[in-house]
Design a protein around this ligand. Structure first.
Ligand code: GLN
Length: 484
């Protein structure tokens, strides 16, 4: 059962080849017996899963039409789940039981999906390797010496290791697409505002967006259909009509124009990764797409602008963790200042502290204009590059990450080397555009991701282009060794 896609599981449930309870038990057994190898789950919600599966079986028996009814999924531990620990990968929230469900968690419940548990992640979603989690690193199922990518590394490893058919994730600068690339999955970050952020613990609010990790683009379309909604509780959620993302999957690609940005193929790109990406572009040409060279001239400014804006926003967002209202509190505080200092000092990890320091500095009086305002101006230029490019092309194509999965510790002492792993994904968040990563081959037996970037609300076009590629290739069907 665990080698099936969601689309196949949907028919299996409908044809009564298995029930949701059987399917759910099967995944729970896999998680409980195999996850010690990967550390992809922080919490496994056996009881909730089985109760939801029983309810789903009743809905299925009554002819429920929701495709996700009875399908087990995992949630990144950044999404609040009523009555279930929501840790965000941090000691700070190790004891936090969320008093409500995130909107997307509710959306999946309404669709009848079954929650298997909460997945491991970089602390407060800060990282590209899943090495910053309080619960320890997540291992890449393709090679357990290597990182799965981050910050949604737990979600990616769980899906790649066939411990869940799909998982939710979040992407502030690449945290869905980069782990999708490193674990051989399909990962989609929708347009900023397409999916509610309510109940998703905030990192950098103007960049954060929820999305999914699956094996196929078809599964991503099914997942996004349930995840996307307008939510008045999130003031940045856009009231745009909902679409059926599965409807255009079969459309042919004749007439599609792909833009290939020269800046995404320069220095720093692993030459073998570049070869796989070029070969994938040739596949698109054989499917009828036209290819056009384009330029996104401010690409080199994306990482520096992001590492001002994201820390600035995180320093504000994380000020709520003060030892009083949520989470960890130090023992025997002497006074209020001591309570703040030691609670935060003891419960945040190094990367989170680094970002809070950088962000607080960038926002402080006298530096605000020089750093934060300047970064926002640069952000506008980056967005403008995309607006110009989308006058001539439909989809922008390039690598998702410059390298395949690297070994643990390889970039641990060098934050800048780590930050450069997101060089191709960050600009999309700064511009608020949708982006998707699909597998396009292996380098040293490790997956390589092809990134597709679309115009605002062009998710269906991205999913269509990804699905057509997957009909013509079998990279997405290659499984991590030892998983089947
Ligand atoms: N790796 C980037 C960072 O550490 C992006 C993280 C994310 O998308 N959540 O900020």
């Amino acid at each position: 059962m665990h080698t099936k896609t969601i689309a196949q599981l949907v028919s299996g449930l409908r044809s009564k080849a298995f029930s949701s309870v059987e399917l759910t038990r099967h995944y729970l057994d896999r998680i409980n017996s195999l996850d010690s190898k990967y550390n992809s789950f922080v919490t496994v919600t056996d009881d909730i899963a089985l109760a939801q599966a029983e309810a789903a079986d009743q809905r299925l028996a009554a002819g429920d039409a929701s495709p996700l009814c009875g399908i087990p999924i995992a949630h990144k531990d950044i999404f609040c789940t009523l009555g279930v620990r929501t840790s965000c990968g941090s000691k700070m929230l190790d004891n936090f039981i969320a008093p409500y469900d995130a909107t997307i968690v509710e959306n999946y419940q309404r669709a009848g999906a079954v929650m298997l548990g909460k997945t491991n992640m970089d602390e407060f979603a800060m990282g590209s390797s899943n090495e910053t989690s309080y619960y320890g690193p997540v291992k890449n199922p393709w090679n357990t010496q290597c990182v799965p990518g981050g910050s949604s590394g737990g979600s990616a490893a769980a899906v790649a290791a066939l411990l869940a058919p799909a998982a939710t994730a979040s992407d502030t600068g690449g945290s869905i697409r980069q782990p999708a690339a490193l674990c051989g999955l399909t990962g989609i970050k929708p347009t900023y505002g397409r999916v509610s952020r309510w109940g998703m613990i905030a990192f950098a609010s103007s960049l954060d967006q929820a999305g999914t990790l699956t094996h196929t683009a078809e599964d991503a379309a099914i997942m996004l259909n349930a995840m996307a909604s307008f939510d008045a509780k999130d003031s940045t959620c856009v009231d745009q009509p909902l679409e059926d993302y599965t409807a255009p999957l079969g459309d042919k690609l004749d007439g599609l124009t792909l833009g290939i940005p020269e800046e995404y193929f320069g220095e720093g790109l692993n030459p073998q990764t570049a070869e796989r990406v070029q070969a994938a572009i040739k596949v698109y040409e054989s499917l009828g797409a036209k290819v056009k060279a384009i330029s996104l001239p401010h690409t080199h400014l994306a990482v520096p602008a992001y590492y001002v804006i994201a820390p600035a926003e995180c320093s504000a967002n994380l000020s709520r963790f003060d030892g009083v209202r949520y989470g960890y509190r130090c023992a025997e505080p002497k006074d209020l200042a001591d309570l703040y200092k030691r609670s935060r000092g003891e419960a945040f990890g190094d990367e989170v502290k680094r970002r809070i320091l950088v962000g607080t500095y960038a926002l402080s009086a006298g530096y605000y204009d020089a750093y934060y305002n300047k970064a926002q101006q640069v952000r506008r230029l980056i967005k403008q590059d995309f607006v110009e490019a989308f006058k001539d092309v439909d989809v922008i194509v390039g690598p998702t990450a410059p390298n395949p999965a690297f070994e643990f510790g390889a970039k641990g002492d060098d934050p800048v080397a780590m930050y450069l792993e997101d060089i191709y994904t960050i600009a999309t968040n700064l511009a608020g555009l949708p982006g998707l990563s699909i597998p396009c081959g292996l380098v040293d037996n490790k997956p390589v991701g092809l990134q597709l970037i679309g115009n605002y609300f062009a998710e269906s076009r991205l999913l269509n282009a990804a699905h057509q590629f997957q009909l013509a290739t079998d990279f997405h069907q290659q499984l991590a060794p030892e998983t089947a």
